[in-house]
Design a protein around this ligand. Structure first.
Ligand SMILES: Cc1cc2nc3c(=O)[nH]c(=O)nc-3n(C[C@H](O)[C@H](O)[C@H](O)COP(=O)(O)O)c2cc1C
Length: 361
């Protein structure tokens, strides 16, 4: 982290954020294409401590730490990113049709807050291209595919949105270890709240059940504004067999106290996202059916303490993204090294034992 922070980061931060992001994905893609290099990277960075191993929704993983959706949007660099020590890599969001996303610039760093303002609007190559790219992938790190509805820049009807998700899932599920449905809709009038409207989530889940879901499904939701929203959401999920977990998205708008121009669009990741994310993990853990459903926590994870806090609040898996930008690629190894020490300090033999330790009664 020292070298990255002192040498690489100051240079990278002089360039446009999206340009750097694209280059980083290309480097990881190049690493993944040369097995000898990828294996050497994995040897250096990989998670080996048995206390880190987790089993979630039938999937075994070498670490609970994963890469959040939005870094590798198109599944170009799964092998190279996996070599950094992640137990899973979530790609996407991918929609059934390709999309250019929002106009640029649409990604901004806030270095003093260790944050990023994201207004991508889910640009991606579309489900066919991503499925084609993943075809024949070597088994390695667990792969999650995050699915969203296509951003066409115009408001879509309820039927169109649901159909969009269903077609993308149908095309992509065979390539994934799990699916994550990003329920924040970029091209609907009510955006993040689209699926909080009564009946819509049931319609989506029903339509997916008819397709035949072959993979565990995680639903990615923004922090709930009121307890009634969470109750309504979980009631809609009900006993749907294939829903095996919930993941926390960025809250809409800007947390108070950030030095950003008032009109800058987008959501804020990194440190400022941590508080709402941790509250939501705690709320979800207290309310879900723990025998079947897990929580995937993300938002402001920069070190082992941050990851451990989310685990103790109820997260079985923890994702990060912004920390890669501020701390560099070795951040995953540092978390994987620090986590077992925190578990041992508190007398836990495994991650599983620590999940929800601060919430269980
Ligand atoms: C640049 C960027 C792009 C993102 N794109 C997506 C996306 O396409 N789909 C999604 O579900 N989440 C997306 N996210 C949210 C992340 O997956 C993650 O939930 C969030 O950033 C909180 O983690 P962090 O604070 O470690 O970044 C994005 C976040 C960032 C910073």
């Amino acid at each position: 982290m020292g070298v990255y922070r002192v040498l690489a980061r100051p240079l990278l931060f002089r360039a446009d954020a999206e340009w750097v992001h694209d280059r980083a994905v290309r480097v990881a893609e190049a690493v993944g294409k040369v097995p000898a290099v990828c294996d050497a990277v994995a040897k250096h960075y990989g998670a080996t401590d048995p206390r880190l191993a987790v089993e979630v929704a039938g999937m075994t993983m070498s670490s609970p730490i994963g890469l959040g959706a939005g870094f590798d949007k198109n599944g170009r660099a799964v092998a190279g990113l996996g070599a950094l020590g992640f137990g899973h890599v979530e790609i996407g969001s991918v929609s059934v049709d390709r999309s250019d996303g929002n106009p640029r610039p649409r990604l901004f760093r806030l270095p003093s807050d260790e944050a990023i303002v994201v207004h991508y609007g889910v640009p991606n190559d579309g489900a066919d291209a991503v499925a084609h790219r993943l075809h024949g992938r070597r088994n390695g790190v667990r792969l999650g595919i995050n699915v969203v509805n296509t951003n066409r820049g115009i408001a879509a009807s309820e039927h169109e949105v649901i159909d969009d998700y269903v077609r993308a899932v149908r095309r992509l599920q065979g390539h994934a270890d799990y699916l994550c449905l990003n329920l924040s809709c970029p091209n609907t009038e009510d955006g993040q709240h689209f699926f909080l409207r009564r009946g819509r989530l049931e319609l989506l889940l029903h339509a997916l059940a008819e397709v035949g879901i072959e993979r565990p499904v995680v639903l990615k939701v923004a922090p709930f504004a009121r307890p009634a929203e969470l109750d309504g959401f979980l009631t809609a999920v009900g006993g749907t067999e294939f829903v095996r977990g919930f993941s926390v998205n960025l809250p809409p708008g800007k947390p108070a106290g950030l030095a950003v121009p008032e009109k800058m669009p987008g959501a804020v990741s990194g440190r400022p996202a941590e508080r709402a994310a941790n509250r939501t993990i705690r709320e979800l853990y207290a309310a879900v059916d723990r025998k079947r459903q897990v929580i995937v926590g993300s938002g402001g994870v920069f070190d082992a303490d941050d990851a451990y806090r989310k685990i103790r609040l109820g997260a079985s898996l923890v994702q990060l993204l912004t920390a890669l930008v501020y701390r560099g690629p070795s951040v995953v190894r540092e978390i994987n090294r620090g986590l077992p020490e925190l578990l041992s300090r508190d007398g836990f033999a495994s991650v599983r034992e620590a999940v929800g330790a601060d919430v269980r009664t």
